[in-house]
Ligand binder design. Sequence first.
Ligand code: BES
Ligand code: MN
Length: 459
Amino acid sequence: MFDPIEKLKEFIRYPSVSADSNFGEGMLGAQTFLSNLLASIGFEVEVVKTDLHPIILASRGSNPEWPYVIIYGHYDVQPADPLNLWDSPAFEPEQRGERLYGRGTADNKGPLMTHVAAVAKLLERDPDLPLRITFMVEGEEEMGSPSFPKFLERYKDRLGEADFVFLSDTGIPNEDQVVITCGLRGLVLFDIEVTTAKSDLHSGLHGGVLRNPIQALAEVCATLHGPDGRVNIPGFYDDVLDVEPWERDELVKYGTDTAAYKKFLGIPEFYAAEGFTPFEAVRFMPTLDFNGIGGGYQGEGSKSKTVIPSTAFAKVSCRLVANQDPKKIRALLYDAIAARMPKDVTFKLIDQHEGTPYVVVPPNRTNTPADQPPVLAKGFRAAHSAITDVFGKEPLYLREGGSVPIIADIKRVLGLDSVMFGLFLPEDNLHAPNESFHLGVMERGLKVSEQVLGKLARG
Ligand code: BES
Ligand code: MN
């Protein structure tokens, strides 16, 4: 049996940044490393080519009567920039206290390694474990999984035989309180580009006779929320799934300390949809956010550049909640923006990716589907008892604010639901400098995964 932490360090050393073509070698390194590791613990490994980054499919167990679990993960990571804000180099893992620092330690190499190590341990003890397992590990998650839907269609028959998907790519509030994630938000991303004159103009020569694109863009952007903080697009909230009373109860157990949350964020006041606590808003309500805005001169303030720029842009993203359709929401947004844009500018709305929201209801809830597959229910129960046993506290069942869009694709194409065992902490700095993974959580997570898979196999 290998040492999970040492293996994780090795994994981190491959800079597998999927979105940047300069990191091709790191992508290949991470993919080869993982393929070899899975082969070494008895898996038959197939590296599936896609238009961009390959998907690793590794399977063991072929008896069709055995329960069948797919374990999902991603071997790609976010870019590490800005590099100067890291206390130790992003791709040279460093252990400090109970944490391992490095890009991808939490999202998602650490949690993925947790499951690989759990399976390795299980199989070492019981090489004939009556359980079919397929690791399905992609390299494009951090760029919106462009190749994944096509891959699912191609492997539909084979993967569709599985009972459910098991993964750790979601969060928990603290190291003792695990969450089983029961929903993910969806996404709609797009850019707005506004153009007026055919080039930048001297504002002394021409100022006062034409509309400034920054102003036009800012005015339209300012209409997208109402004074109450709600998104001001007709129909935006129409399909939002109602919150079940049990979901609100779970959230109360999660926490009600709004002062601490405010302090964590470093803000003086919340600005959340009315009628929702901030904890509710972030899980149960959709949003519209500006991720970037620009245009015109961005240089030093001491030098002036009195220019009327010719273009301005904004990058916009919406988080959607269960029941909302990204295509429908995109159309509502584009219609409203087009109607509100001044007629004397030209503008473009440029599609970026989108993802469908997802929800799964655990067993024994008021809204559990009557036809919930028994092995899925068994998976939830096994996770519940393993978590309670290892962490000493029952898990909470919560929808998550973040997105893993392929989980809804898996449901749509393969008909499979996911049991999402949260493993990263608020302090893990996902997507940010000094990302880290808590090794105590890893150790306990490993035990949970081992128990869950063992229980599924042996009942
Ligand atoms: N692991 C995250 C999703 C996540 C983050 C879940 C925080 C729970 C809490 C995932 O890798 C991710 O970052 N997803 C992106 C979307 C993707 C399409 C780029 C996200 O949520 O922004
Ligand atoms: Mn992730």
